[in-house]
Design a protein. Structure first.
Length: 261
């Protein structure tokens, strides 16, 4: 199993490479690339939130508690929330992530559980896409893909360190295959993870416009007019004459009724 130092080193190098590619190949700004690099680096440590040792969880929750309020403050400001309430919201979010989340994870998770899985990787990317405030979907996708890449680097590194070369053949440790997986051994954890994955995937597809939200009713392509034009109520519209002066005209005077219509 790869150690904490190996994970932060690999994800940090990956973050720098990802940010450079975003600028040179994707045409993104330098600031956006730096943010994406930091998120990639941080995501490389996210799977170890289920670790039973003290240092990874302590440092991860400290970093995560710093990033999440910053992301959510953007949404709070866009909703018209006052500065005082936004600051209070950020403080409460930081306290929740810093103190409540670690105790819940310690009680409800096991190391190498569903945090080390492909569904968890997708969930991390989708949460980043939905929480990052930007009107440009490309920017939100950049941040989400960076988190997914950092998360994947952790899983791949764990699997790589589960292989041992003794000079003649490759031997696999007991932890082999426990990082890059779809399902775990606990049915309850599997159900919660896959249910959250389906829910976030549906919201993400709705936000991107891939699927239509049930609240959006499409306009009819053709109106079915059942009343005769002569029985229609009188409407008025405004037209301009030669002197460019608005003049109110009633419906019968504007468009004469004809049986041929």
């Amino acid at each position: 199993m790869a150690g904490y130092r190996e994970h932060i080193t690999v994800s940090g190098m990956l973050g720098v490479s990802y940010g450079a590619a975003a600028v040179m190949l994707g045409g993104f700004g330098v600031v956006q690339a730096i943010v994406a690099s930091c998120l990639t680096w941080l995501a490389g440590m996210l799977p170890d939130l289920d670790s039973q040792s003290g240092r990874p969880v302590r440092e991860l929750t400290t970093l995560t508690a710093a990033f999440i309020p910053i992301l959510l403050m953007q949404h709070a400001s866009s909703m018209g929330m006052s500065t005082d309430r936004t600051f209070l919201f950020a403080l409460l979010t930081w306290a929740f992530v810093r103190f409540v989340v670690p105790s819940v994870l310690a009680r409800c998770t096991v190391h190498r559980g569903m945090f080390h899985s492909i569904p968890a990787l997708i969930i991390a990317g989708e949460l980043t896409f939905l929480s990052y405030h930007s009107s440009d979907l490309r920017v939100r996708a950049l941040m989400a893909c960076g988190v997914a890449a950092g998360f994947l680097s952790h899983l791949v590194l764990d699997e790589f360190y589960s292989m041992q070369w003794d000079g003649s053949q490759i031997r696999f440790s007991r932890s082999a295959g426990s990082a890059v997986k779809i399902f775990g051994n606990n049915p309850t954890s599997n159900g919660i993870t896959l249910g959250l994955l389906l829910f976030l995937t549906y919201i993400t597809l709705t936000v991107t416009g891939t699927i239509r939200s049930p609240e959006e009713v499409p306009a009819p392509e053709m109106l079915d007019v059942r009343a005769e034009a002569s029985d229609a109520p009188l409407y008025e519209y405004v037209e301009k004459n030669d002197q460019n002066t608005p003049r109110s005209v009633e419906w019968p005077d504007a468009i004469p009724y004809s049986d041929s219509l």
